[in-house]
Design a protein around this ligand. Structure first.
Ligand SMILES: *Cc1c(COP(=O)(O)O)cnc(C)c1O
Length: 303
């Protein structure tokens, strides 16, 4: 499981009773260091150690994770892949062997969220995708309390009330028509930020050579010798601009503080230095200029 994410990703694992191993990020994508995980699994396999059944990999903030090492693990050890694409609908690969693919379409399952803050929304709810008809049927069955037969109230498993209502689904279908425009707008906002923030002492969001990110939530890292995110976020708030710290890693959340993990220092760094800027597709050009000017002022005020 990726250490750097929103807590919903890892809670889904705990609900099943499975053990969690948190895997740190890598600087090229800010996502799971899949090469480190691959090497760890290969070493364990050589020693006859216990191997993971499933890797849940998060494509955070609209940038795809490097999946190739995970595809290798699936090939060699049968380790299945679940992609949390909640923040990356529309992102994909522009180069390398996965060129043309989109996040959420390579694992056994892809997971999407249509929460209000995502690129398209149904108010709440989400979607899972799979190309296996049996898995699809089973997932659908479980979303509706594993109901076998409505007329006699027979349930053959412990299910959930996890389905999207028809009303929400109708909204989702209409939202889907907006998706290309939203993706276009997110990328445009990212380009404008890149131009406007160019001269500031910041690390701009990752964009790996092989990736086609959407920049769902445009996030930057401050230079720790010059400023700290809490102060910058507070100064922006005083200026009427809402910015936020980036995800607090899972190993720093009370329910997962004692979970096994592979490193965690990169995820720590992202949280300790990161600021997420207003990134709504509805942000106007004028508002965005104000955000950039406010950030510039917040970074240059002494103290
Ligand atoms: C929003 C989000 C989720 C949760 O989605 P819900 O629809 O709120 O359940 C899961 N994972 C990530 C990475 C998210 O950003």
């Amino acid at each position: 499981m990726s250490d750097f994410t929103f807590i919903a990703s890892v809670n889904a694992i705990r609900y099943t009773g499975a053990d969690v191993l948190l895997v740190d990020s890598e600087p090229r994508t800010w996502n799971m260091d899949t090469e480190m995980l691959r090497d760890h699994v290969v070493r364990r396999a050589t020693r006859g150690g216990r191997l993971p059944d499933i890797v849940e990999v998060v494509h955070a903030l609209g940038h795809p994770a490097d999946l190739e090492p995970l595809l290798e693990l699936r090939e060699r050890f049968g380790i299945r892949i679940v992609e949390d694409a909640a923040e990356s609908l529309g992102a994909g690969w522009s180069g390398g062997p996965l060129s043309g693919r989109q996040t959420g379409t390579l694992g056994e399952f892809g997971c999407y969220s249509f929460n209000g803050n995502k690129i398209i929304t149904t108010g709440a709810g989400g979607m899972i995708t799979t190309d296996d008809p049996d898995d699809a049927a089973r997932a659908k069955h479980l979303t509706t309390q594993a109901k076998v037969q409505a007329s006699s109230y027979l349930h053959d498993d412990v299910g959930y009330n996890y389905r999207l209502s028809n009303l929400s689904a109708a909204l989702g279908v209409a939202q889907l028509e907006q998706l290309p425009g939203r993706i276009h707008r997110k990328r445009q906002i990212a380009r404008h930020y890149a131009e406007q923030l160019r001269e500031l002492p910041l690390t701009l969001p990752p964009h790996a050579q092989w990736a086609d990110p959407t920049f769902w939530l445009y996030s930057v890292l401050v230079d720790p010798s010059r400023s700290e995110p809490e102060t910058v976020v507070a100064r922006l708030a005083a200026d009427g601009v809402e910015a936020r710290l980036v995800w607090r890693p899972m190993h720093r959340q009370p329910p997962y503080a004692t979970a096994d993990r592979l490193n965690g220092s990169i995820a720590d760094r992202l949280h300790d230095l990161g600021i997420s800027l207003p990134s709504s597709a509805h942000l106007t050009t004028e508002q965005q200029r104000r955000v950039s000017a406010g950030l510039s002022a917040a970074l240059t005020v002494p103290g």
